[in-house]
Design a protein around this ligand. Sequence first.
Ligand SMILES: O=C([O-])CC(=O)C(=O)O
Ligand SMILES: [Mg+2]
Length: 229
Amino acid sequence: MEHTEIGVVHTSFTRADPEDVAALSTFGVATIHEAMGRTGLMRPYLRPVYPQARLCGTAVTVLLQPGDNWMLHVAAEQIQEGDVVVAACTTESEDGFFGELLATSFRARGGQGLVIDGGVRDGADLEKMDFPVFSRAINAKGTVKATLGSVNVPVVCANALVRPGDIVVADSDGVVVVPRERASEVAEAAARREAGEESKRARFRAGELGLDMYDMRGPLAELGLRYKD
Ligand SMILES: O=C([O-])CC(=O)C(=O)O
Ligand SMILES: [Mg+2]
């Protein structure tokens, strides 16, 4: 990635097609990740603040400085209906950058949730509000407003590149990023994959074995697998 700009807010960028966002919202993260050729996943240390949390939306990106949540307030103004805020940090930081007050602000602007490679607090309130948040920590420790970061620059969040306008999907399995140019192709591949899984599910339910469904007996015998009484 090119040198990241600090102290800049990009106010206009192309958002993914809402039809593609709606299509992707029907699939689980594992299916989307597989449909993308097993790419786009954030690291699994990002966890939902409450088990039912789930989100799908277009990314407004934020680059935070450690222990400083100023740029989340700056980002709130850039949120449009259907957006998800994706926040990375210039240096690893697990402080509580975000809580129910900021969630209330994001929601009022149309925000659908937050993915943050940092900490958040007010977990019980976030669950009560059903405002989906995926974070690396839950931490009561407060933050300051003293240093500039950026809004709507490309960021690397938990090892995944996210550009403003890309689609982010998160559920209890993890967080995946779909580049907006690939969204409709990925949604089609995900639908094909789900149809394939449905037919396999029906066969498993009927008692068929993966050993036969996937023609595994020959290769296992060739490698010398032996059955003993
Ligand atoms: O106020 C903060 O800095 C973070 C927080 O707890 C909230 O948004 O409710
Ligand atoms: Mg709070």
